[in-house]
Design a protein around this ligand. Structure first.
Ligand SMILES: [Zn+2]
Length: 169
């Protein structure tokens, strides 16, 4: 298996090597995930690792841009992002449960934390619910084409009310 570029080293025995870790997330990162709705990315991540009372805390700051598909015209649309997120890393024998933060469980003898899936999930969640160009910036040619298709279809497909009429007649 190819080694992940997005790991944070641990000192072993669940203990952390404190410090700041920098990651660059680019389009290659998302190419590894089949069917990813993020098509391109240029995101810098700073992860600050601390250890307190045997719990490892990793606070990550994300800043950059991600590119997805516009819901209306299907062209690429860029979204700026800037947010931070706290991840707790606990050894899997730990019993307490913290609902406030995201928790990643590792085994006692793990030497590093692989952040790749966590980064992917967070960036995916940071996509807006409605992925659209700002008003007036959609590709007009595409919009026109979709409108034509919609009109064609509405001719062919009888509305559900037509079918109901048949049933009641
Ligand atoms: Zn658009």
């Amino acid at each position: 298996m190819k080694k992940s570029l997005y790991t944070i080293p641990l000192k072993g025995a669940g203990s952390a090597a404190e410090g700041v870790f920098q990651f660059d997330i680019d389009s290659h990162f998302f190419n590894r995930y089949e069917g990813s709705e993020i098509l391109e990315a240029q995101v810098e991540v700073s992860s600050i690792l601390k250890e307190e009372y045997g719990v490892i805390e990793i606070e990550s700051f994300f800043k950059g841009t991600i590119v997805s598909t516009c819901d209306l015209c299907l062209e690429r649309v860029t979204f700026p992002i800037e947010f931070s997120n706290l991840l707790l890393v606990k050894s899997s024998t730990s019993e307490e449960c913290d609902d406030q933060s995201e928790v990643l469980y590792i085994t006692k003898n793990e030497k590093e934390v692989d952040m790749a899936q966590y980064f992917y999930d967070l960036l995916y969640l940071s996509l807006p619910v409605q992925r659209r160009h700002p008003t007036g910036e959609c590709n007009l040619e595409m919009l026109k084409k979709f409108e034509e298709i919609r009109v064609d279809r509405s001719v062919d497909i009888p509305s559900p009310f037509e079918k109901l009429k048949d049933i009641f007649n």
